[in-house]
Design a protein around this ligand. Structure first.
Ligand code: HEC
Length: 94
């Protein structure tokens, strides 16, 4: 009976340990290295054609791109860092 109980405690401990590892790796708020390494042009080409044609950088002035960036960040569920990179690209490539 005693042996059974300690085995039970060990396996319960392992379950808790693995849960903590899994949850902490899932909940990280820092952008993943993959995303952080992406350039504005890359993020623009990957994200901005999901719902409509990819807008050309020449379509709007730099000031308008700032506003569009805020608007589309919420639509495309982008992080602030991703939005900033995309807007930076859209403002510079003209
Ligand atoms: C989840 C879908 C979705 C994604 C992804 C998306 N858009 Fe849009 N976009 C829309 C919709 C819908 C509209 C029409 C206006 C509205 O109802 O919001 C729009 C409109 C626009 C317009 C017209 C001006 C405006 O602000 O309404 C521009 C420019 C634009 N998008 C640029 C972008 C860029 C740049 C990206 C990439 C960062 C992007 N969109 C990603 C859905 C999306």
């Amino acid at each position: 009976m005693k042996k059974y109980r300690s085995l039970h405690t060990v396996s319960l401990g392992l379950i808790i340990l693995f849960s903590i590892i899994t949850i902490s790796s899932m909940n990280s708020c820092a952008p993943s290295k993959v995303v952080a390494a992406k350039s504005g042009v890359q993020l623009w080409s990957e994200n901005c054609q999901r719902c409509h044609n990819t807008p050309s950088p020449t379509t709007f002035s730099p000031e308008i791109w700032e506003t569009v960036g805020m608007h589309m960040q919420t639509r495309a569920l982008l992080t602030e860092a991703e939005r900033d990179k995309i807007v930076e690209f859209l403002k510079s490539a003209r």
